[in-house]
Design a protein around this ligand. Structure first.
Ligand code: ZN
Length: 139
């Protein structure tokens, strides 16, 4: 069995963003040489997500509005977590809702997606370097 591991780095200048990382994961898959197997992609930070959905700007706007309604960034005093001196209580909650990781089947050397599926990195507390782990196993 082949195994492949790579970290993708991000430094998002804004507090929040959604970034399509599908082509970067496909690049990892090519590099791995795996034709049949599984591809795991996970955020290595507790204030960022990896998720699969449509690459549609209206949807991304809706996520932003919905998440801000669920867990508004301000006032930062509303979160007990922020008593530690941090201001990212909302980002931990947003990440929980949007998920830590995705697993995609690898078939015939390709990511075996359903219609319109794309992989995204969701940043909820940007302005610093953060990583995503790609692990691919198979034959
Ligand atoms: Zn925190």
């Amino acid at each position: 069995m082949k195994t492949f591991r790579k970290e993708l780095w991000f430094n998002v200048p804004t507090r929040r963003a959604f970034i399509n990382i599908t082509s970067r994961v496909e690049e990892c898959l090519r590099e791995s040489g795996v034709r049949e197997g599984l591809c795991l992609v996970n955020a290595m930070h507790i204030t960022a997500s990896v998720f699969i959905n449509d690459d549609e700007s209206g949807l991304h706007h809706d996520y932003e509005v919905w998440l801000e309604k669920l867990a508004p960034h301000e006032p930062v005093s509303r979160y007990r977590h922020n008593r530690t001196g941090e201001d990212n209580g909302d980002a931990h909650l947003k990440r929980q809702v949007m998920g830590r990781e995705v697993v995609v089947a690898v078939t015939g050397g390709k990511l075996d997606f359903g219609p319109w599926e794309q992989i995204f990195y969701g940043e909820f507390d940007g302005g610093r370097k953060k990583r995503v782990l790609v692990k691919i196993i198979g034959e």
